[in-house]
Design a protein around this ligand. Structure first.
Ligand code: MG
Ligand code: MG
Ligand code: MG
Length: 308
């Protein structure tokens, strides 16, 4: 048995991964389980930093890898490719997640909560209710921020009725005007000025391996797609490097306009034809405009995987 049980979300952590880890720590402690500690698997992005600053709290500590038999609780992911180094030999006590299950196995029984909601924190919100725990302002802000982030203020097609209800209730507890706060928070995440092109394509990148097809879909949120496209040449250089280093068949960078709910995709790689087939469009200058597309999970990855 390890001294502490670590709770963490995926690599290149987003707001849901960080907030879910912090919320699960709070929830587990309320349940009398003291030796749990939220961790993070990477740098805090600016959107999440906005939330932490709003609350005046520190981010969880960075976790580089886990030793054999380290006890862990996963949130907001289950795919080992997105998890911590050493996860194969860790002892996974539980998972709380809202993603498909493809690449997951354990040796021992575990707690596994999977719901097809828009956000992991919506699952935790319902756990608080189910267990009859009072939700304090801090966890209300953490949970509502994650819901706003994952559903892009309820505009993403991943949004469910559960997310709507949770956000409404949590905003009352936190006494927050969701639209004002949410837009500020999302905008904070679109400030990409001090990221290098290399950092930019890794900020929210997911590596996928399906049927011998290896690809990355990275996503950045923007208020102006054109502002990001000004850096297209250097972004493409970095994408090509990543394709080489990771031996990828394809790299898709989604630049998502959070105000109008559209994305521009930059697609490179030997098999960029897969993206053309998936979206029924030809790439021009390695680019294609994807009207109404904001969700990697629902509108991009499944269509790509159907066309491999
Ligand atoms: Mg996530
Ligand atoms: Mg999530
Ligand atoms: Mg996301």
């Amino acid at each position: 048995m390890s001294e502490k049980v670590y709770i963490f979300g995926h690599k290149n952590p987003d707001t849901d991964s960080i907030c879910s880890s912090l919320v699960e720590e709070i929830l587990d402690k309320k349940n009398g389980w003291k030796d749990v500690e939220a961790k993070r698997l990477g740098k805090i992005n600016k959107e999440t930093q906005y939330v932490l600053d709003y609350l005046g709290i520190e981010p969880p500590e960075l976790l580089e890898k886990v030793e054999e038999n380290q006890e862990v609780l996963l949130v907001d992911h289950n795919d080992f490719a997105e998890s911590v180094e050493g996860i194969e030999k860790a002892k996974i006590l539980g998972v709380t997640d809202h993603h498909k299950i493809g690449n997951f196995r354990t040796v021992e029984p575990l707690y596994y909560t999977a719901k097809p909601y828009g956000c992991t924190c919506t699952i935790f919100y319902e756990e608080f209710k189910r267990l009859g725990h009072k939700i304090e302002k801090k966890e209300a802000v953490l949970m509502l921020s994650a819901i706003i982030s994952d559903t892009l203020l309820l505009k993403s097609p991943t949004t469910t009725e559960h997310d709507r209800v949770a956000l409404e209730e949590l905003s009352k507890i936190a006494n927050i005007d969701v639209n004002t706060y949410g837009l500020e928070m999302l905008k904070a995440g679109t400030d990409l000025s001090d990221f290098s092109e290399k950092e930019l394509i890794n900020l929210d990148a997911k590596l996928k391996i399906t049927d011998n097809f290896k690809y990355i879909v990275a996503q950045v949120n923007a208020v102006s797609i054109d502002d990001v496209l000004k850096r297209k040449e250097k972004l493409e250089e970095e994408i090509l490097k990543s394709i080489k280093e990771n031996e990828l068949d394809m790299f898709v960078l989604l630049i998502t306009d959070i105000l109008n709910s559209n994305s521009e995709a930059i697609v490179l790689g030997n098999r960029s034809d897969v993206a053309e087939k998936a979206f029924g469009k030809n790439l021009e200058n390695n680019r294609m405009f994807l009207e109404g597309v904001v969700s990697r999970k629902k509108q991009v990855v499944p269509v790509i995987e159907k066309n491999i």
